[in-house]
Ligand binder design. Structure first.
Ligand code: AKB
Length: 317
């Protein structure tokens, strides 16, 4: 059983990934870490937890030395909208923080390192429909710049030092447990919380803005899938396009209205998040992930909508 360290373990993906890793490998094998302390009343955790600020190089080395993990899932990062509001902090956390993880992983001979990228690694000059795996990457957001840089660092550390670094270009992730924080795709989660309370939602993106999205269970399978893939089969290794569905706010509203016909969505465009979304793909081609390690999504829009509404309704009672 590998010992695994998760950074950003209290975030939207981190909290669910920690749970699944603990179910798979055992509680004691998975060390959760985050810059803040967990709210134990809301989320009692069953395994080891470390407070870790990945921007603190010494602390990163200490924790990796203490636990000697064979694998690291490095999820600590600032998302697109908050990164655009504080670009220097985004650079510091997403680049310097990641560099500390790469270096410590190399020095302590970590076997496999997962560093997620994002649809944000593309930009306005990228072909926005069926965005290919290998294509133009000139993002115009600080978040996107940090994602392209970490993709390149992953490739560099693999080729130069043999550190087996893997990753995915994740789309917007939809889940009903921990909320996302500060992304451009967050509307696709927030909207459900309003819909189940029978409240109107005000969307900050134009109704025709198409983006890639994925339900959480698929996201977790994708993370574990690329980490488990046979090394010899991988050509791209650390920045696979992965997607499950593409929709616009208008299409999501229509899908919700099938369950809640009275649901109403208004639009009040936030120029910052709209410009970020406009620079991202309308939909990615993820055939490389499907061919190289068998990626297959299970949740489409209608299944995701049904699960989200049922789960959030249940949580209300
Ligand atoms: C964001 O919106 O910033 C993230 C992402 C697509 O990387 N959800």
């Amino acid at each position: 059983m590998p010992k695994i360290l998760v950074t950003g373990a209290l975030g939207q993906i981190g909290s669910e990934l920690t749970r699944v890793l603990r179910e798979t490998y055992g509680d004691a094998q998975v060390i959760a870490s985050d810059i803040r302390l967990p709210d134990l009343a809301a989320h009692p955790h069953n395994g080891p937890f470390e407070t870790l600020d990945v921007m603190d190089e010494q602390q990163v080395h200490q924790i990796i030395e203490k636990h000697q993990p064979q694998q690291i899932y490095h999820l600590a990062a600032l998302l697109s909208a908050v990164a655009e509001r504080d670009p220097l902090r985004a650079w510091n956390l997403n680049i310097n923080g990641s560099l500390h993880i790469f270096e410590a992983a190399r020095k302590h001979q970590v076997e496999r390192l997962f560093v997620p990228s994002s649809i944000a690694a593309f930009g306005p000059t990228t072909p926005l429909d069926h965005t290919p795996q290998d294509t133009i990457q000139r993002p115009n957001t600080m978040y996107g710049i940090t994602k392209v840089t970490t993709e390149l660092l992953g490739e560099y550390y693999y080729k130069r030092f043999g550190l087996d670094c893997r990753g995915l270009r994740l789309p917007g992730v939809i889940s009903y447990t921990t909320p996302p924080g500060g992304g451009t795709t967050d509307y696709a989660v927030e909207i459900f919380h309003y819909a189940v309370r029978n409240q109107p939602y005000t969307c900050y993106l134009r109704p025709d803005t198409s983006l890639d999205m994925m339900y959480m269970a698929d996201t977790l399978r994708a993370c574990l899938g690329v980490m488990a893939a046979e090394s010899q089969r991988l050509i791209h290794r650390n920045a696979f396009n992965v997607t499950a569905m593409q929709f616009t706010p208008a299409q999501l509203v229509a899908a919700i209205q099938k369950h809640i016909p009275s649901f109403v969505c208004h639009y009040e465009i936030d120029p910052l998040r709209q410009s970020i979304a406009d620079s991202w793909p309308n939909g990615m081609d993820d055939s490389a992930a499907r061919q190289e390690w068998g990626w297959q999504h299970e949740y489409d829009l209608s299944r995701t909508v049904e699960i989200m509404i049922n789960a959030l309704r249940k949580a209300q009672h």
